[in-house]
Design a protein around this ligand. Sequence first.
Ligand code: ASP
Length: 347
Amino acid sequence: MKRILVILTGGTITMVRNAQSGALHPADVDTFKAFVPELFAGNMEVEMLPFSPLIDSSDISPTNWVKMAKAVAENYNRYDGFVILHGTDTMSYSASALSFMLENVGKPIVFTGSQLPVGVLRSDAKENLLSAIEIAAETGADGKPMVPEVTIYFEGSLFRANRTTKKNAEHFEAFDSYNYPSLAKVGVHIQYRPNFILYPEANMPLFTHLHTCTDVAILKLFPGINETVVRAVLSAPGLRGVVLETYGSGNAPSARWLYEALKQAVDKGVIIVNKTQCSTGTVDMGQYDVARNLLKAGVISGYDITTEALLTKMMTLFGEFPNEPDKVRHLLSIPICGEMTTTSNNL
Ligand code: ASP
């Protein structure tokens, strides 16, 4: 019998409506279980690990990521797969963070949540939860886990976690993976796409990276952005890494002051990574003159990475290797767990 651990962190999926006030609040585990009795009557052993308190994902911080990573690591040998219930607002950040914090993942770790609370009749909670559990328990013909990755399952699609972005606050289809195909499609049957799934090369033990660093920033360019604002961000005390959100294929204004501000920050040791503001496509700093300044200033390419993945990758790497900037710079320029494609792809 397969054993699945469901870790509850909070979010809409864990909420029920108070009959008197009508307000939403997190359910206790027994109330939550009562909404999904099928979970405990099937051919799987499902156990629940609720965090205390359950929180809205707007309140998630790296401390919570560490708690989630530890919960998986400490229970890793006792379960076949893990489902993490999480609010949708910051799910892509948490799930991306876990993909970097957990090295050599060989079992499914599936994040899911819902747009409507579990206690609402039309809720998407049940389907998301039941499918996530089935995916977490699935094995291939060789008896090994079908999707041994950190993923997000939502409304019919299974995505690699560090490729996702929350795209919709209204529709049930809340997530997308713009630059990488889904790993499975869920309809009447679950259709897995093994060609796109990362399988571990050898049976390596799980390794955790539990240190994070928050000395990072996102600097989004816009027409008219001024020098004072850019310099204020780049001179933040202790700053180590910047996600520079640029135009199109990685372009930026050609203003001399911008080049100088970026170059001075890089020379001071700040690592700046170029991430396009476009959802789809990749950074290519060789394409236009207006990107060459960035190259000259020492900005490195983030290729087709998401902001969520780039930011959490930086936070994990700076946390794990605080005194090895060259190593961090190198690891930021290559994919370490499927989070970006550095060669041209026509997916
Ligand atoms: N605000 C909620 C959260 O992220 C929204 C949700 O779960 O969908 O926790």
